[in-house]
Design a protein around this ligand. Sequence first.
Ligand code: SF4
Length: 393
Amino acid sequence: MTKIIRRKTRVIRIGNIFIGGGNPIAIQSMTKTKTADIEKTIRQIKELESIGCEIVRLAVKDSRDAKALRIIKRRVSVPLVSDIHFDWRLALEAIDNGVDKIRLNPGNIYKKDQIREIVKAAKLNRIPIRVGVNSGSLRKFQIPNSKFQTPQIMVKSALDYIRVLEKSGFYDIVVSLKASNIFDTIEAYRRMTRFCDYPFHLGVTATGSPYSGVIKSAAALSILLFEGIGDTIRISLTDKPQAEVRAAKSILETMGLRSFCPEIISCPTCGRCEVDLIKVVKELESSLSRYPVIPLSRLTGKQANRQTGKPIKVAVMGCIVNGPGEAREADLGVAFGRKEGLLFKKGKAIKRVSLNRCVDTLLRELENSSACYPVSLLASSTGKQANRQTVKQ
Ligand code: SF4
């Protein structure tokens, strides 16, 4: 099996999790509520956390937002990042109110004395700064021209900023270089690997509709991830933030970099299929997605590494042409005939299963398959959570 060699980066702490240095790639999203609307924002953060979001960013556009952070921080456990633009003093307020990381945009907070003030506060509070370059907010003189293309300018913008931070003795830095064009995004991140060992937060910006956003992000980020680039990830979508988390998890799972859930292998169906396979697969997928994911912050060392292991494979196949073959190769599988299916476990046919009982049977088999569940994870989790941990030992 192809193994991705991760880029060597320094370890950075964000609240109660660590990124870089080979730690699992952390999933990030952003709240879409007004941060000053404390109750709504807390509700959204908790929802995000329950589905596996590991870092949450919040827009801080004024002092009310910055002040709200103090209360929000007290009531959630996931690390919080403040997104600051234009007004450097908001960064100071956010830090003062206990945020775990600051994102600064070199395109709109660039005065050296202001950056130094933020660095002083970040150092004092031991929080990192993300240098978040965005192709849509480059400074006027940085507009691409015949001599310098967008990726080059983005990298230069990040490096100039990093130099100011480093000159102040600050090295808790994360970098992002997001463009709406996937080739610029890929090229910018690749280019940046030559100049530093700071962890990268990956993303493509302004991706369009949710459907095209997922495709664009997957197209760009899978290339970077395959090259070992990336320490945190956000899939920006014009959709609910929950959709961003699901997409990020799927991309990481597809690339074999994290494993949260069994991987479903199912055929596209065709005229040979005698059952409603689409319904069965949807039902199975939705049942599996309902189980809470234990956050990275609650997994320690080896446990977190296990989340980077191979997923359990569950095959659901429509007929006997490829069905038994695929089902046999998966850890668990069912190949359908006319009204019932044949259940396979580790390559062996074990019993017949009716269409109606198929999803329940697969779920029960997953739960009972003790080899699938790492003991230490079981020990750190409770009830159903524990039962649904699905990373192979
Ligand atoms: Fe068609 Fe059978 Fe192949 Fe599914 S496994 S696509 S039903 S031939």
